[in-house]
Design a protein around this ligand. Structure first.
Ligand code: NAD
Ligand code: TYD
Length: 342
């Protein structure tokens, strides 16, 4: 069995590669990654020399390169994590999101059609459902919730999802889609809420919370997401969408306070900054389908997961210091201005 994992030098893709190589020692995993700002080859260092692992630096929008690799490796399954993934960057510059997230998805599926109707899994997001009101805690996203996006990021992911379902209906491509809630865990790029707050707190820098910090996200430990995808690619029903989430809804401000407490840092580091444009209020997944059909349940509680995550950032300082010392500094300045001087 050969599995193509695109975007495997990023946060969730790399965790998935580690999980799969450990669990299925007879499988070959081929990682395809363009190594954008979010991709980090050093992340894959521990598996680089495995005989059943191969890394290929490639843009999923490079049709010729993608076809050549399919021809050479003849994969059995393709799992597409490759994406531009940060909402704030999509607000500043949408175009690359349309290119990678939509066109890249189409090219991968064209290759799947061309080289033997290969099974294709699209890693999508709960953000395609838009948001829920804060005062209706009885409401959750199901797989039948209408697509209703807010940001260029979520719109590009929703477009890709529609294309995936179209390839199923029109061409009979064997596809599945998973829509997961917010992940956290090791190797999370420090532009996203949890790693940004951990890294800033460790550096005694201000912790920028958008608006009033009352927006709610449904947090899932990344390994639980990987387990769900493993189940779907082996036992999921072709043509189906599966929501993944652990009923762990929390306000942003509460997350930041937990991080301060765990690290022994003062809450006075928290600073409220201008809100994100079009900021979704609440995400909340109903995971009934994946539980009843595939028996998936999250295994890591938030209390356990956040401690493991913080410990990972303490133990792997070099990994994130390399990141924040580079191009990241320009991004940070553009995004947060002269925060430290306020
Ligand atoms: P990430 O930004 O950490 O990693 C993305 C990876 O894709 C990087 O390694 C990058 O180099 C690579 N990439 C980008 N453009 C590429 C291209 N054109 N060709 C090849 N590689 C390219 O993202 P992540 O958080 O690991 O998210 C992975 C997937 O999961 C995305 O599709 C995202 O939409 C989805 N998702 C993420 C979350 C979350 O909380 N992070 C939740 C639900 C779904
Ligand atoms: P993020 O990690 O970017 O994920 P997403 O927008 O895909 O849910 O943000 C999570 C939440 O944290 C979101 O409501 C925005 C908020 N946030 C802040 O308050 N401050 C920050 O510096 C960042 C990056 C996010």
């Amino acid at each position: 069995m050969t599995i193509f994992v695109t975007g495997g030098a990023g946060f969730i893709g790399s965790n998935f590669i580690f999980y799969m190589l450990k669990k299925y020692q007879s499988y070959k995993i081929v990682c395809i990654d363009k190594l954008t700002y979010a991709g980090n080859l050093s992340t894959l260092e521990p598996v680089m020399n495995y005989s059943n692992f191969r890394f290929v630096k490639l843009d999923i929008c490079d049709r010729k390169g993608v076809y050549e690799l399919f021809e050479e490796e003849q994969p059995d399954i393709v799992v597409n994590f490759a994406a531009e993934s940060h909402v704030d960057r999509s607000i500043k510059n949408p175009e690359i999101f349309l290119q990678t997230n939509i066109i890249g998805t189409a090219i991968l599926m064209d290759a799947c059609r061309k080289y033997g109707n290969i099974r294709y899994h699209q890693v999508s997001t709960d953000e395609v459902y838009g948001d829920l009101p804060l005062d209706r805690t009885d409401l959750f996203f199901t797989e039948n919730t209408p697509i209703h996006t807010s940001s260029p990021y979520s719109s590009s992911k929703a477009s890709a999802d529609l294309l995936v379902l179209a390839y199923y209906k029109t061409y009979g491509l064997p596809v599945t889609i998973s829509r997961c809630s917010n992940n956290y865990g090791p190797y999370h790029f420090p532009e996203k809420l949890i790693p940004l707050m951990i890294v800033n707190a460790l550096n005694n820098k201000l912790l920028p919370v958008y608006g009033e910090g009352i927006n709610v996200r449904d947090w899932l430990y990344v390994e639980d997401h990987c387990k769900a995808i493993d189940l779907i690619i082996h036992s999921g029903i072709i043509g189906e969408v599966y929501n993944i989430g652990g009923h762990n809804e929390m306000k942003n401000i509460d997350i930041v306070k937990i991080i301060c407490k765990e690290l022994g840092k003062p809450e006075s580091l928290i600073t409220f900054v201008e809100d994100r444009r079009g900021h979704d209020m609440r995400y909340a997944i109903d995971p009934t389908k994946i539980y009843t059909e595939l028996g998936w349940l999250p295994e890591t509680t938030f209390a356990e997961g956040i401690r493991k995550t913080i410990q990972w950032y303490l133990d792997n300082q070099e990994w994130w210091e390399d990141i924040i010392s580079g191009e990241y500094q320009n991004y940070y300045k553009k995004m947060y201005g002269n925060l430290e001087e306020v």
